[in-house]
Design a protein. Structure first.
Length: 356
């Protein structure tokens, strides 16, 4: 099993990625959230020229953020800077689209997008729909070596429901899921088998938000709240916003908050109801997403919530959990490196991974 990092993309994320490479991490994945983080391809380009071994992936790219020819050109350009080290991760969108007041894209739209981008990366001419018509597009001068479509770029899809997992199996893509969801990996493995594929060929990646506790350190220490809290808060952000969207008639699926945490959920509802402007509460709701806790949130991050919703524990506890995931057939475990805590988290998690 390999170990990777997930980053809230900053223009200078290359510094974190370079240190991760030195510590032996296999992959670095970059969030694609334009109104919250830095531009994906800019940050990845800088990391590409500052590293030599670590793989660099879009984690995950959202189809609506850039049209297919731009996405294919960006990936192929990165592939010229870091030949054979680029991964194409894609999803239908959570904060990236919610922060714009939009819902997740349909799977069918993502599948068409993948087909076109991969076709372009194979050097094909593809039929691309835009502005009410269908247009043939292709890389026009691949022989000039201004980009690289010779080295392979592997596809990974973020999926949390049965239809998404079926699409992964259909395309033979890599799987990106959440480590805090105990049902995700076995369900993906079953979907892979149902498609007639050999389980050994499934490349699976689980993302985790959490922190490494010192022996005796409480789950609600200031450090644990800062490093693990933003991942736990995401569950509440999604729940209250989804309730709001459903009231307004928009479809979607909530992550669900167990009854024991309903007092904290009610506190989040009150916070959400206070956000301005009232017709765009999503702006404040997604501020600091997976980066930091907003004012008022820290008090809600109890020890039980961090324990329940994040991948947090002492070094020994985390090693045991990771060994189980390895035994379950997981290919890669990726940890969210919290903004402002990069150096400490890289070091502490590397110590854990060395023992797995």
């Amino acid at each position: 099993m390999k170990f990777s990092i997930y980053l809230a993309t900053a223009a200078d994320s290359w510094k974190t990625v370079k240190r991760a490479e030195e510590l032996g991490y296999s992959n670095a994945w970059f969030f694609d959230t334009p109104m919250l983080n830095a531009e994906l391809f800019v940050a990845m380009g800088a990391a590409a020229v500052q590293t030599s071994r670590i793989r660099l992936g879009t984690g995950v790219m959202i189809p609506s953020n850039r049209i297919e020819p731009v996405a294919a050109s960006g990936l192929a350009s990165l592939n010229a800077l870091a030949p054979g080290r680029i991964d194409f991760g894609i999803g239908t969108g959570f904060t990236s689209r919610r922060a714009l007041g939009l819902a997740a894209l349909p799977l069918a739209r993502m599948e068409e997008y993948i087909k076109n981008v991969q076709g372009l990366l194979r050097g094909e001419t593809v039929e691309w729909e835009a502005e009410g018509g269908t247009h043939k597009i292709a890389f026009l001068n691949p022989e000039l070596d201004v980009l690289n479509i010779d080295d392979p770029i592997d596809l990974h899809i973020s999926a949390f429901g049965p239809k998404g997992r079926q699409l992964i199996a259909k395309l033979g893509a890599g799987y990106i899921g959440l480590a805090e969801d105990p049902t995700g990996l076995p369900a993906m493995q079953q979907a892979w088998r149902d498609a007639g594929r050999d389980p050994k060929d499934l490349h699976s990646v689980l993302i985790a938000g959490g922190t490494v506790l010192e022996d005796g350190e409480p789950f609600d220490s200031d450090r644990a709240k800062a490093q693990a809290g933003p991942s736990a808060a995401m569950v509440f952000h999604n729940q209250v916003e989804q309730e709001d969207r459903e009231t307004a008639g928009a479809a979607g699926t909530s992550m669900g908050v167990p009854e024991q945490f309903h007092p904290q959920l009610e506190a989040y509802r009150k916070m959400y109801a206070s956000y301005e402007p009232a017709d765009a509460r999503y702006l404040m709701n997604h501020r600091g997403h997976l980066m930091y806790l907003k004012p008022g949130e820290e008090a809600q991050m109890t020890a039980d919530i961090i324990r329940a919703f994040t991948f947090t524990g002492t070094k020994g506890e985390l090693v045991e959990r990771l060994r189980q995931l390895k035994s379950d057939g997981l290919s890669q475990f990726g940890v969210e490196i919290r903004y402002g805590h990069e150096d400490e988290m890289l070091e502490k998690w590397a110590e854990v991974f060395a023992l797995v």
